[in-house]
Write a protein that binds this ligand. Structure first.
Ligand code: PLP
Length: 385
């Protein structure tokens, strides 16, 4: 359909049921489909290769990101691994030195097995990156904002430079979703997601997606996804499609509350540093305002008093549930050093700037006032000695 981004998402997949005219697209759980005769392939033959419900979600997500095709995978990690299949043993991939811990683990493991060479670098530092491009990377993997310190990479600067060096540019857009950032508009070749997060938004499935700017890459990766069997399940796609319809509303509400939380943290005596691109004091605030259409639902901060203070904060909070993941309708607090980034060794954690007193909040859709009240009492508890 035509219309605004919000309207297109709100109506994703609606009225597509040819069998009964159901308004909402049906959930096809079937694993296989009937052939009329030999050599006559039906539109769908086997659900690992293609499934109508998954296709409905893939089409909606590809349109939302401005891509030509999308492949829904079993998880965000499966999406990343699918993209890494484009690399050969002599190829170099450059990835952020502060990327998601699971991404770091996968890149290191595959590099140790000789599948490619990996260089971890500060992608947010455009100047430093110029010299690295002289190594002719085959792929540049961008995560912006980064997890958990919310450093931004300037897509307008890094993507053309990476292309000049002959690299494929991949952006992990999990933290913002197409509702707040559309990397293909900046020239990204591939965008990927952990759809477990904002896209589904309700913390009740695990999934991923790869969105390709070109039909050719999409066709190739769809072939690889069927070959390796990393495609996602129909029910997960159905849930994620349902979540996608309310994504713009959720993203806006969560970002607005996140800014209020970041402001409240900034003024509190228990807090050492606050990381949120929506704050004017954030070093990438101007870039965030230009590159993104929202500042996001993640706020990170360090507490005076080290890990003990962080532990007191988590124990005292009623509303921020201590858990991994992010982007859902429920507010969460995570301790990256021991949870999301535990796969990184001490040196990698230090290099990435992840200290023991760092906490990452994922802001949900609860009332801002309730969250602020809870935050205040948890910070008071963290401050007690
Ligand atoms: N990319 C980012 C930025 C993430 O935060 C995560 C998970 O937290 C992933 C990828 C991996 O996604 P999944 O947990 O769905 O495999």
């Amino acid at each position: 359909m035509t219309g605004t981004f919000d309207s297109k998402l709100a109506r994703a997949g609606l009225c597509s049921d040819k069998a009964h005219g159901a308004i909402m697209p049906p959930l096809y759980l079937a694993s296989n489909y009937e052939f009329s005769t030999f050599g006559q392939k039906p539109a769908y033959e086997y659900s690992r290769a293609g499934n109508p419900t998954r296709a409905c979600f893939e089409d909606a997500l590809a349109a939302a990101e401005g891509g030509r095709s999308a492949i829904a995978t079993a998880s965000g990690m499966a999406a990343i691994d699918l993209v890494l299949s484009l690399l050969s043993p002599d190829d170099v991939i450059i990835a952020p030195d502060d990327c998601y811990g699971g991404t770091c683990r996968l890149l290191n493991w595959r590099a140790q097995k000789g599948h490619f060479k990996v260089i971890f670098a500060p992608l947010h530092d455009t100047q430093k990156m110029q010299s690295l491009f002289a190594q002719n990377p085959k792929m540049v993997f961008i995560e912006t904002p980064s997890n958990p310190l919310l450093r931004l990479t300037d897509l307008d600067a890094i993507i053309p430079a990476a292309h000049r060096a002959g690299a494929v540019c991949v952006v992990d857009n999990t933290f913002l979703s197409p509702a707040m950032q559309q990397p293909i508009k900046y020239g990204a070749d591939i965008v990927l997601h952990s759809t477990t997060k904002l896209i589904n938004g309700h913390a009740d499935m695990v999934g991923g997606a790869v969105i390709c700017a070109s039909e050719e890459t999409g066709t190739h990766l769809r072939w690889v996804a069927n070959c390796t069997g990393c495609t996602g399940g129909a029910f997960d796609a159905w849930l994620a499609l349902r979540g996608l319809r309310t994504l713009p509303l959720r993203a806006r509400a969560q970002s607005q509350t996140a800014l209020q939380i970041a402001n409240a943290l900034t003024g509190h005596t228990a807090v050492q540093n606050v990381y949120y691109p929506g704050l004017k004091t954030h070093p990438n605030h101007a870039l965030a305002a230009r590159q993104q259409s929202g500042f996001g639902q993640i706020v990170s901060f360090t507490l005076k008093g080290g890990q003990d203070a962080a532990q007191r904060f988590c124990a005292a909070s009623d509303l921020f549930i201590l858990a991994e993941s992010l982007g859902g309708i429920e507010s969460l607090v995570a301790h990256p050093a021991t949870m999301t980034h535990a796969a990184m060794d001490a040196a990698a954690l230090r290099k990435a700037g992840i200290s023991p007193s760092l906490l990452r909040l994922s802001i949900g859709v609860e009332s801002a006032q309730d969250l602020l009240t809870d935050l205040d009492s948890a910070l008071d508890a963290a401050h007690e000695t």
